[in-house]
Design a protein around this ligand. Structure first.
Ligand code: SF4
Ligand code: SF4
Length: 277
């Protein structure tokens, strides 16, 4: 977790591009003289799945977790908010670090698992634009050059990152949409919806169950039941909802009765109805 991270331009231009079979010479553990140095004064961007894991581990409602442990930042182009883990005001340490290490180790965020690796995902079809791993080297971390040599694949597997990558896939799909590059910044109501659906899942659950949502959208009963209690299913559903509401993707279906009313209203107005079915 870099304290002041390299810029995306620097990474894409200067950093060696590593794949899963390249190797890393790195050791980290409790006996290191730098133990927990990396858990202080860092900008850790949380993914929606990070928030889900951490608020569950802490037995907190998502709104409470966000309020207590996070700050809102913004991407460089000012188009999107990002959720950052809030460091303690007095000592700038992560609220979860102890002398024994991370008190949330089994549920620590993706960025903490990856460190000292970073993942760059340039957009574009050319080979030079494919995603790659890179190594973050900072003075505060003494783990480099202490071996053993291990493949990036092995490192990633040792950090149990696969679940985070799998659960991060729907969010990644959302983020890679060209809308973010070409579209205008989100208007306040859509921004609010984005933040709620991505990060404030308990509030999103109330939104879908305490409004006419399921009277409008065609969602099968088994899935509705799962959405009542299964946070991971809810997160996948929330990403589908965002892709529908932001990009008009065909990820949600209106109920036939709602569709008929819309078509009748459109016919009365003499215009074609373009709402996705
Ligand atoms: S969440 Fe855990 S690993 Fe990540 S910075 Fe905090 S204490 Fe360190
Ligand atoms: S070796 Fe690096 S990652 Fe491990 S505890 Fe030290 S500073 Fe943190």
């Amino acid at each position: 977790m870099p304290d002041v991270g390299p810029t995306q331009e620097t990474i894409l231009r200067d950093y060696p591009r590593l794949g899963l079979d390249d190797t890393l010479d790195f050791h980290c553990g409790k006996g290191m003289d730098c133990f927990t140095n990396c858990c202080r004064d860092v900008a850790i961007v949380l993914t929606p799945y990070d928030v889900l894991r951490m608020k569950t581990a802490l037995h907190l409602d998502s709104s409470e977790f966000l309020q207590k442990y996070t700050l809102l930042g913004c991407t460089k182009d000012q188009k999107l908010p990002v959720v950052l883990l809030k460091m303690n005001t007095e000592d700038r340490r992560c609220p979860f670090v102890t002398d024994e290490g991370c008190s949330l180790y089994a549920h620590r965020p993706w960025a903490c698992r990856m460190y000292p690796l970073g993942l760059a995902e340039p957009k574009g079809p050319q080979p030079a634009e494919r995603g790659f791993y890179f190594v973050i080297q900072e003075k505060l971390c003494h783990g480099h050059g202490n071996g053993p040599q291990r493949s990036i694949r092995d490192w990633i597997s040792s950090q149990a990152i696969d679940t985070f990558e799998m659960m991060g896939e729907p969010f990644r799909d959302l983020m890679l949409n060209e809308f973010w590059e070409k579209g205008e910044p989100l208007e306040p109501s859509k921004l609010e919806m984005y933040l709620m659906a991505c990060y404030d899942l308990d509030r999103f659950r109330r939104f879908i169950f305490e409004t006419r949502f399921f009277g409008i959208f065609d969602v099968d009963e088994a899935r509705i039941e799962a959405l009542r209690t299964d946070d991971e299913e809810l997160l996948v559903f929330a990403m589908e909802w965002l892709r529908f509401s932001l990009f008009n993707a065909k990820t949600m279906k209106l109920k036939p009765s709602v569709m008929d009313s819309l078509e009748r209203a459109a016919a009365n107005d003499g215009i074609a109805c373009e709402t996705p079915r």
